[in-house]
Design a protein around this ligand. Structure first.
Ligand code: LLP
Length: 418
């Protein structure tokens, strides 16, 4: 569900014509639909309303301050993974007791900042980290709430790079380690161990791995309760998949219907950490065709966006639908030739899509769909390319939420050797 649709042959974002936005703000350009974000957030909230979970939007998916501010305004908390994301959370005045902090490598400085700020809890990934948080908290004379991240060793059926709940990944701790920590919790005098955290992977299209995980969590909690350990929170992470191509992911309601029975029986306060589900289909990347290049082997459509703007195709061979901003008659001859849509970066891995049928000429615009999550937030300056501008659309209004970088931004912070 999203608000990027063709009307009278032209692509619109809500009621704004995308081509006019591309001309006004330049390309490459990230365009987000506010209504889409709101609806996705609301769908999740409504699907789970019976248990009223805390929904902490996963900042890494798209971290622009305006997007965070909107979501915090809708009542979301934030799931952060670094000092930089904490800084963003503070900038948008996210209520401190709605901030949860994961990551396998929190540094002393990051821990100090987050403890002083008073976040709801850390999601802890190792015994060393637990000791470290305890030591930092002791120095600051604070008692800190933590959840322990459980690695359930479950196959989530997604790309291996975004599989996070298998035992060979770096995330979380196994059941025996967790039990030992809980049973010896007294050692950590400056910590309250208040919950369990899980996040088994991203872009999961069905609920089976979640159910398998929750069954394992249920057994773990039963073992803990038998020994008198009681908990307050269960954080089930993010991971809900979206449509990029022909996937048929579960809806928020189907997901809730499937897992609510488990959550009811566990009966702890639930936290969700969705990222992609909220913003993935709420954003597109618009680019301009610079050249059409025909070689004996292939046609290339060379555009002004590249792997530095959207890394997902290069990094995960991810599929993103690509459309021309103008819907033309499908019989057009250019349309019949399969072309690779590529950027100007000097690597053969620099492509946005392969073997696509697009009826575009030089000077026309294309849109890469489903680019709202892990799009701009993973962009870089590779090949000394300034990062794209970001705009937010609400109905017929568009506002700039991140300026296009300039060449002087590129070298900001660099020193000229004397
Ligand atoms: N919670 C934790 C602890 C996470 O590590 C993540 C994502 C999320 C929540 C949000 O997951 P989501 O609901 O968005 O699936 N760059 C990759 C995705 C990396 C996901 C990292 N962790 C991509 O472009 O597909």
């Amino acid at each position: 569900m999203h608000y990027f649709t063709f009307k009278r042959g032209s692509l619109y974002c809500e009621n704004s014509k995308v081509e006019s936005l591309a001309k006004r703000f330049g390309t490459p350009l990230y365009i987000y639909s506010q209504r889409t974000m709101y609806e996705h957030f609301s769908k999740l909230k409504n699907a789970f309303k019976e248990i009223n979970p805390l929904i902490c939007y996963s900042v890494k998916a798209s971290s622009n301050l305006s997007i965070l501010k909107l979501l915090v305004g809708y009542g979301a908390g934030l799931d952060i993974v670094s000092g930089g994301e904490l800084y963003r959370a503070r900038k948008v005045k996210c209520p401190v007791k709605k901030i949860v902090y994961a990551s396998v490598g929190k540094t002393d400085e990051e821990l100090r900042c987050a403890i002083n700020f008073g976040i709801l809890m850390f999601n802890v990934e190792s015994i060393s980290e637990l000791r470290k948080i305890n030591a930092v908290a002791r120095k600051l004379k604070k008692k800190v709430d933590v959840a322990l991240r459980f690695n359930p060793d479950v196959e989530p059926n997604t790309h291996s790079y975004i599989t996070t709940g298998k035992k060979e990944t770096k995330f979380g701790m196994d059941k025996e380690t967790l039990k030992n920590i809980f049973f010896g919790a007294g050692v950590y005098s400056n910590l309250n161990i208040v919950g369990i955290h899980i996040h088994i992977g991203s872009q999961l299209t069905d609920s089976k791995p979640f159910i398998e995980t929750l069954n394992k969590v249920k057994n773990l909690i039963k073992d803990l309760e038998q020994k008198g350990v009681s908990l307050e929170y269960l954080n089930i992470g993010g991971g809900l998949g979206i449509v990029y191509d022909k996937e048929r992911p579960q809806t928020a309601q189907e997901f809730a219907d499937k897992i609510l029975p488990s959550l009811r029986s566990i009966s702890l306060k639930v936290i969700l950490e969705p990222g992609r589900f909220i913003v993935g289909n709420a954003g597109i990347l618009v680019a301009k065709v610079i050249y059409i290049k025909d070689t004996p082997a292939k046609r290339f459509i060379i555009v002004d966006a590249a792997m530095n703007d959207l890394a997902r195709p290069a990094l995960y061979s991810a599929y993103h639908k690509i459309v021309s901003l103008k819907e033309k008659a499908a019989s057009a001859s250019a349309f019949k030739i399969a072309a690779d849509i590529v950027g100007p970066v000097c690597e053969s891995g620099d492509f946005l899509g392969k073997n696509r049928h697009l009826d575009v000429g030089e000077g026309d615009y294309i849109a890469v769909l489903g680019a709202g999550a892990y799009g701009f937030s993973m962009s870089s300056n590779y090949n000394s390319r300034p990062r794209a501008a970001e705009i937010l659309v609400k109905n017929t209004k568009a506002v700039l939420i991140r300026k296009r970088e300039s060449y002087s931004d590129l070298v900001k912070g660099e020193m000229l050797l004397r």
